[in-house]
Design a protein around this ligand. Sequence first.
Ligand SMILES: NC(=O)c1ccc[n+]([C@@H]2O[C@H](COP(=O)([O-])OP(=O)(O)OC[C@H]3O[C@@H](n4cnc5c(N)ncnc54)[C@H](O)[C@@H]3O)[C@@H](O)[C@H]2O)c1
Ligand SMILES: [Zn+2]
Length: 348
Amino acid sequence: MTKITVRASRAYDVCIGKGLLSHAGALAAAVLSPCRVLILTDDHVAPLYADVLAASLRAAGFVPEIYTVPHGETSKSLSALGTLLEHLAEHHYTRADALFALGGGVVGDLGGFCASVYLRGIPFVQIPTTLLACVDSSVGGKTAINLDAGKNMAGAFYQPHLVICDPDTLSTLPPEVLADGCAEIVKYAVIGDKELFSMLQRGVCPADERIITRCVQSKRDIVERDEQDTGVRRLLNLGHTIAHAAEMLSDFEISHGKAVAMGTVTIMRAAVAHGLCPKDDLAALIALTQQLGLPTECPYSTPEIAAAALSDKKRSKNTLTLVLPYGIGACQLCDLPADKLQAFLEAR
Ligand SMILES: NC(=O)c1ccc[n+]([C@@H]2O[C@H](COP(=O)([O-])OP(=O)(O)OC[C@H]3O[C@@H](n4cnc5c(N)ncnc54)[C@H](O)[C@@H]3O)[C@@H](O)[C@H]2O)c1
Ligand SMILES: [Zn+2]
């Protein structure tokens, strides 16, 4: 087992290792006193892993209850949050009890936000079961639900008490969902980890414990320097301005991971056109993205992408902060006037 300690506003361990799900109870007992545990999961994950987790918790003295939401982004809603909060209240969960999120980024984001607001905060444990959740969403404390006005519009920074990542659970992922996680791994590589990039080029399995560990270490390093996302943490948005635009334009038919892959290639293409990034690095990125089964071309025109990016309701000023790749493993933040985005992306 690899243990990575994240020293954020709360210090917590990310435990990574094959087979850890059946030891989750013992791991949790090291940070929580025996209590009631609501296991939040979705209808794909519940039949696969919820009983193993519940049994492990029971053996360690916890009293688990399984609570299942429908899979998919629609569960990150105000109504799903409301129903979950009312359930906790009706069943008399107290601040001494805990919420565990077992699943992908959807249950992690919903569960984390719920844990942050129920009784003004109850202990929260992340047990990610998608590659994306293992390498990205389960670490760092960003939690949210979606509003009609847009994605992740209501949320909180709420660090978990523990993260347990068992790569064995990734064996049941559909290839498409696995590929989504690969896009975020490539993102870490392009931001600042050349060796990770070459491991992927050499064909190391993206779900390999060594790869997950490198990504979590990268995220830990960034979150420890900028937990609230006002500075260096924004590097993690590489490719995401374009990704969010493509997701919105497709009505979320394009998954987040695929949109991130398109966005990362598109922004590097623009950086090459502006003479900021070597051409060979772009060729290597395109080859690796294709090798991982991800798209490299965005199906929307540059004016469409720019217009959608500028309509993002979370954008506060007339300036966009872009993450620009100066090469594989070398990215920098760059402020750009919003009305210059289209021209910047159009350069060839
Ligand atoms: N909080 C953060 O920092 C952060 C970062 C990135 C993404 N996100 C959010 O994460 C969400 C996307 O997460 P995701 O890609 O994990 O999607 P997801 O949670 O919807 O999971 C994808 C699909 O895989 C299924 N699944 C999960 N684990 C499985 C397993 N082990 N075997 C078989 N099927 C399994 C799910 O039921 C679902 O159908 C988005 O809402 C995004 O906004 C949050
Ligand atoms: Zn992302």
